[in-house]
Write a protein that binds this ligand. Structure first.
Ligand code: SAH
Length: 214
């Protein structure tokens, strides 16, 4: 086996052992090369199950957390998905394999520009990336079947709840930025919202307004 094939096998094994068991999610994570999203930072760490620094003081999430969040989102091929927090673009790329259309927003223009370059290079034509403050959602494209937030707010932002379809699911970390946060799943029903707590996580904070570079 080549080094590359062996690294990939270990990567998938680590994901499975941390609870990422959905076959479609694993297949998407096998297809999308995480190394493409970390640029020149730590290229030899791309297949380790750890978050890594990217530009603008942000991070690309730990692969097992990407897998568990994607799994919790229960995406189907017909879904229109909003991601708040493009970062490197890795999570959006995974979702692009599983859903019809992905809108992703980040408050840093540079991250959006770099992520778009990778989407284009990989031919991921069903992702649209915008520079925007995602705490307001994306009213022009709402409502969404699924929403994923990859930065932590104290509570689920009201505009995001409002932009979720009935029957829709949102997965996001909530809690104080410097304390332990919880990953939660919010399901919109005919009459309101149901909340499930999934696991403790640690994300960078959701910050209001655009980045200084934007
Ligand atoms: N999903 C990313 C990781 C995101 S890190 C990946 O797969 O690599 C969190 C991102 O959320 C950062 O890039 C940060 O700039 C962004 N962010 C924080 N607050 C935001 C806001 N209000 N609107 C949009 N993006 C925000």
């Amino acid at each position: 086996m080549t080094d590359e094939a062996e690294r990939k096998m270990q990567f998938l094994f680590a994901l499975r052992s941390r609870g990422v068991t959905n076959a479609r999610v694993l297949q998407a994570m096998e297809t999308i090369d995480r190394g493409r999203f970390i640029r020149h930072y730590f290229p030899d760490r791309a297949y380790e199950d750890m978050p890594l620094p990217i530009a603008c003081g942000q991070t690309i999430s730990q692969p097992s957390v990407v897998g568990l969040m994607t799994q919790a989102l229960q995406v189907s091929q017909r879904d229109k998905v909003l991601e708040v927090g493009t970062g490197s673009g890795y999570q959006a790329a995974i979702l692009s394999q599983l859903a019809r259309r992905i809108y992703t927003v980040d408050r840093h223009m540079r991250l959006v520009r770099e992520a778009r370059e990778v989407f284009e290079a990989l031919g991921l034509a069903n992702i649209t990336a915008f520079t925007a403050d995602g705490s307001h959602g994306l009213p022009d494209q709402a409502p969404f079947d699924r929403i994923i937030v990859t930065a932590a707010a104290e509570d689920p932002p009201g505009p995001l709840l409002a932009q979720l379809k009935i029957g829709g699911i949102m997965v996001l970390p909530v809690g104080q930025s410097d304390a332990v946060q919880s990953l939660i799943r919010v399901t919109r029903t005919e009459t309101g919202f149901e909340y499930d707590e999934l696991r403790p996580v640690r994300f960078v904070p959701l910050v209001e307004g655009l980045g200084k570079d934007s």
